[in-house]
Design a binder for this molecule. Sequence first.
Ligand code: NAD
Ligand code: UDP
Length: 393
Amino acid sequence: MDAARLDLDGKPIKAMTICMIGAGGFIGSHLCEKLMAETPHTVLAVDVYNDKIKHLLGPDDGQESNQHAWAGRIHFHRLNIKHDSRLEGLIKMSDLTINLAAICTPADYNTRPLDTIYSNFIDALPVVKYCSENGKRLIHFSTCEVYGKTIGSFLPKEHPLRQDPEFYVLKEDASPCIFGPIEKQRWSYACAKQLIERLIYAEGAENGLEFTIVRPFNWIGPRMDFIPGIDGPSEGVPRVLACFSNNLLRGEPLKLVDGGQSQRTFVYIKDAIEAVLLMIENPARANGQIFNVGNPNNEVTVRQLAEVMINVYSKVSGEPVLDAPMVDVSSKEFYGEGYDDSDKRIPDMTIINRQLGWNPKTSLSDLLEATLTYQHKTYAEAVKRATAKSVAS
Ligand code: NAD
Ligand code: UDP
């Protein structure tokens, strides 16, 4: 490993031990890969699952291969942070804790609001407490959803101010957090994330906790969520990338919730991970900050996302496009009672630019081509086999 790696201020970066909670998830798996391939840091990977990081683990973690250049720098700890006394010890052994653990699929927010609130607020409390009490740095994963709806969404549809960035661009230190009423349980997640952000901020202000809060704006790429009935429950509803991938793999129309009019900005996971690495290795620039991490140039409506994915998937798989490739579905039918939606999410990039000089690079079409090529290679055969089996039985 290159001993002369330098931070943004030209100082040598020292090897550190990182306690990564939720390391077995989508973001965690990419972050572990990056840390193993490009840095000298050690990762204590905490999760209840390790399927997405198995390829990085060695014999100590029950895996066969010991050939990795990073052998001995990643250790898996299978534990549920809800009730495991080993957590504090792992945080104490580390220089930095990164907390990614959460229930973070919208289909759960209105159908399992208690689990959602416990996971995103209550279960994160000991992590914050142990970091604060032991003087350890914390990078906590929040969400762009803490902004909720844009100010502009409350103006009449044709109002000219809706086009004014002041009414929709989301700024860490200026925008309000606007959620729907309590009966719209969709906001249980955003509200729990907002409260844990406030708690972390207060720990920083009153007790000197060194923290960084990350607000991801729709990070997407390989290994995101699951394909229902293949590597996740048949009735499960993952986030939009996996929902649409599942439809494409099965040759079904893509389901547009409430007309697919909501807007999102999508950022490639590999770009976003670069931003996280800069935070890890530049504490003086990242501590005390809340960072939007997204790609304001990759904005589409969900309908446009579906159109691009349909065309890209056809190109990478060689499968023809259906005559009716999309179908409308109401949110009540798709998600059930209590669903609500964020209308538009454009991240302001001033703070991350100023502090870390980070900018996303990958266009939506490029990131979808890479991701759908992966989805096709990984799942097409398994989906064919599962479909043939269910037709035969
Ligand atoms: P993910 O579901 O793939 O990963 C979360 C991981 O946490 C899972 O592997 C899960 O098993 C683990 N986990 C959950 N509860 C746990 C517990 N009690 N004990 C141990 N492990 C537990 O999700 P992700 O996309 O990787 O998201 C990571 C973080 O980023 C979450 O906090 C999420 O709210 C936030 N986030 C992500 C996005 C995105 O675009 N992917 C957007 C907004 C916010
Ligand atoms: N969506 C959709 N069809 C699907 C899945 C999701 O139209 O099969 C919509 C959903 O209503 C939302 C957007 O896609 O407007 C993004 O959903 P996602 O689950 O990725 O999470 P969000 O960005 O809302 O947090």
